[in-house]
Design a protein around this ligand. Structure first.
Ligand SMILES: Nc1nc2c(ncn2[C@@H]2O[C@H](COP(=O)(O)OP(=O)(O)OP(=O)(O)O)[C@@H](O)[C@H]2O)c(=O)[nH]1
Ligand SMILES: [Mg+2]
Length: 241
């Protein structure tokens, strides 16, 4: 067996450098303006669809709010709860400034923290209301650029996650699968879970082929996810200069 050629090694080094620059630029964006905009308990309270949106969905307690805090480098901009099911509305956050001279003006994009699903103790009525809100949002929101489907790395995909992925496939909204809390399991176990989910995600037309492995607690995978989110919201050309 022969190892990689010199050209291949050079190519790889170049790719790493490019990725590092992208992550640095994305992190700079997130270290700027991050403002809570509003909580929408119903669709009629959504803001005007003026900028791209990236939505965070996942089971209750999976770590959506914590990931949002980690990405924005803010300790508690999105309330991270100890009580599952605390986030019951669509919570909107403004990221970046379209015009640096107008601090409160139009943002570059918005992050949307969605209510958690699959909370066993939630009353049927609440679950039904949630499903309707989320389904209508996902199907109809023109500015929705990407979804992040968060999955607890200790638990893997559950039926409610598969239901969510199916809903996204049908709505043709592309999504990234983000494994959370990777600090809580052994590396060997993480690899096993990640491979299994990657295999399964290949059967979902709207799922991205690569998984994101993250820990909001330890910061793992956060910079790479920042770059991915910025590219999803603003396009790859944002990194051009
Ligand atoms: N160890 C560890 N704990 C985490 C991580 N991310 C979140 N948690 C913990 O998991 C719990 C739930 O986190 P949240 O961010 O509130 O989860 P959520 O998905 O927003 O929950 P809901 O809004 O209720 O749906 C909290 O106790 C967090 O501290 C992580 O990366 N590592
Ligand atoms: Mg939350």
């Amino acid at each position: 067996m022969t190892g990689p050629t010199e050209e291949e090694l050079e190519q790889r080094a170049l790719e790493l450098k490019v990725q590092e620059l992208r992550e640095r630029k994305a992190s700079r964006l997130f270290s700027g303006r991050v403002d809570f905009l509003l909580s929408a308990p119903q669709l009629k309270f959504l803001p005007e669809p003026t900028v791209p949106e990236i939505a965070f969905c996942g089971r209750s307690n999976v770590g959506k709010s914590s990931l949002l805090n980690a990405l924005t480098g803010r300790k508690s901009i999105a309330r991270a709860s100890v009580t599952p099911g605390r986030t019951q509305e669509l919570n909107y956050f403004e990221i970046g400034m379209a015009d640096p001279n107008v601090p409160d003006g139009k943002s570059l994009f918005r992050l949307v923290d969605m209510p958690g699903y699959g909370f066993a103790k939630a009353p049927v009525k609440v679950v039904e209301r949630w499903k309707k809100l989320v389904r209508t949002y996902l199907r109809g929101r023109q500015v929705l650029a990407r979804n992040l489907v968060l999955v607890d790395s200790r638990h893997g995909l559950k039926e409610v996650d598969r239901e969510m992925m199916k809903m996204l496939d049908e709505a043709a909204v592309g999504y990234r699968i983000v494994l959370t809390k990777t600090d809580k399991i052994k590396a060997s176990e993480l690899e096993r879970v990640a491979n299994r989910i990657a295999d399964e995600s290949r059967k979902h037309p709207a799922a991205f082929p690569t998984l994101h492995l993250t820990s909001s607690e330890k910061g793992m995978g956060i910079e790479a996810l920042r770059a991915a989110v910025v590219e999803d919201a603003l396009g790859a050309s944002y990194f051009d200069n």
